[in-house]
Design a protein around this ligand. Sequence first.
Ligand SMILES: [Ca+2]
Length: 417
Amino acid sequence: MQAKRRAFILGLGALSLSACVGGGGRSMGGVVSRAAEPGMSPVPNAGFDAWVASYKTRAAGRGIAASTLDSAFRSAGFLPGVVERDRNQTEFTRTLEDYLAIAASPDRITKGRASLARHRTTLSAIESRYGVEAEVVTAVWGLESQYGERRGTVPVISALATLAYDGRRGAFFEQQLTAALRILQNGDTTPANMTGSWAGAMGHTQFIPTSYLEYAVDFTGDGRRDIWADDPTDALASAAAYLSRAGWRKGQPWGVEVRLPAGFNTALAGRGKGRAPSDWAALGVTTADGGRLPNHGAGSILIPQGPSGPAFLIFNNFNAIARYNNAVNYVIGVGHLSDRLRGAGPLRASFPPDSAGLTMQDRQELQRRLTAAGFDTEGSDGVIGAKTRAAIEGFQRARGMAVTGEPSAALLQTLRG
Ligand SMILES: [Ca+2]
């Protein structure tokens, strides 16, 4: 089975995570609106038009009808904003601590519990059919589109055609474009309703077109697999169907937080280094509260921020979530959020201080004090992003200090006055 999307193709989940780390990001909420983002409306482009003409010939050879092509491309066009987003993707790895501060923020947990309650009947039916727990499906939904609030407003045919024409990953996006046209040809949705992220991830659970064709399901029974509608039923069932096909085992955890013994050999940790829980127990590993490890078959130990941070024993279901998005932080994010939606508390272990020597509490205090001093970080989630850096620069400039924009223990001391 092919991964739902490559890690570098950011679905909205990833995008909303990036966006909100601007500053201390307060709410990730956003309301789906039809207003086009800058650069996300078609502009004339002769090279693009010529490419579309040649593409139509290729698509016809792959079984896309002329009528489908005509209606799909009638209002489609080149989107400069898509090319800009594709060029400006920055590759950086957020720490698990920062990632979880956003992925399992108090706001996302509260909204998730409300969504779970509101859609309980549907989610229970989905759980019965596909064997994936309601909390897990809801957690995927929460990370991918903030429970449907951020499904994406970019016209998908235009976005995919622009990326296929632009050519940086042309073959991949041409394949996605053809898949999107097949979806339209099947009558599942209309060109106007087929919106998504700038990279073509669509609907509540941000499926790319090829994954949609393979895994989306019609759970409402109206004959259409509608993952774009306000009603999330088909999208949630599609996510469950995907996880089920990826090998999800109902009743088993994705993983559990564990406590490592002093002097644990960290070379034993890592994905793929599986051992029976009894073997881990013999090495001194316990649950986070010192109890006996559960047995769900062989599991691996993960220590994403080293042995002084939280440790996890991961099982088969970790790999099922990884088929959705193969990034350790994402999988732990979905897993931990699902645990929180089920009523579990925060992680037991604390994270080590960051490279500036600051803990999460220090960074939150820094943001609160900057904001109180008149340099708004727009929230105090402890995640240092562009807004916090700008606030630090403003403070440093006003005080005649060297302008670095970097958080530090000395800066925090200055702010404490
Ligand atoms: Ca349906």
